[in-house]
Design a protein around this ligand. Structure first.
Ligand code: AMP
Length: 189
């Protein structure tokens, strides 16, 4: 069957290992909304040894956030092209100042976010999933650092969206298809 094409602007939030990338891929297939992952864009830049990649690599290897100006520049370029047809952001924004920058970028394009969905998974399960993934920044020390960065910098962003009344939370434990259905039920509402 043809995939539906939906113009939707959504953000997937959640700790590392919550399945944001898997879900964004499934939703892209289902709704035709482009999946934009800053982690993937940064890994490509690192692989191609671009100036951005060279500057980002050390932060990524240590599980730290890449500085806001680099990531916001990257997303500005992408959203300039994508804002009109919609997007599903995974891994951005990652802190309140990135959230504010996203708001400004969208305002410049005269559009707004339709949905912000936070995927919740218990910490023990997150660590197990990340260790099983085998990515170069998925060793135990880096995982610990990324979970701490999430608690300190990204969790306040959930509050930021909650206060604005746009945050929806889904249980991120279950099969990818089940979790997808939970997310899509919020999109339909
Ligand atoms: P992810 O694939 O989303 O887990 O991202 C992998 C790594 O890329 C993170 O640990 C950060 O070092 C970096 N990164 C991805 N997205 C961002 C972002 N929005 N802000 C800062 N750093 C990011």
């Amino acid at each position: 069957m043809d995939e539906e094409t939906t113009v939707m602007r959504a953000v997937l939030l959640g700790p590392p290992g919550a399945g944001k990338g898997t879900q964004a891929d499934l939703i892209q297939k289902r709704l035709g909304v482009p999946h934009i992952s800053t982690g993937d864009l940064l890994r490509t830049a690192v692989g191609n040894r671009t100036e951005l990649g060279v500057r980002a690599k050390g932060f990524m290897d240590e599980g730290k956030l890449v500085p806001d100006d680099l990531v916001i520049g990257l997303i500005r370029e992408r959203l300039h092209d994508d804002a009109a047809e919609g997007f599903l952001l995974d891994g951005f924004p990652r802190n309140v100042s990135q959230g504010e920058a996203l708001g400004e970028l969208l305002e410049e394009s005269g559009v707004e976010l339709d949905h912000v969905v936070s995927i919740a998974v218990p910490v023990d399960e997150l660590v197990g999933r990340m260790l099983g993934r085998g990515r170069s920044d998925d060793n135990e020390d880096t995982i610990r650092a990324r979970l701490e960065v999430y608690r300190r910098e990204t969790a306040p962003l959930c509050e930021y969206y909650r206060e604005r009344g746009v945050l929806r939370e889904v249980d991120g434990v279950g099969s990818p298809q089940e979790i997808s259905r939970r997310i899509l039920s919020h999109f339909d509402a």
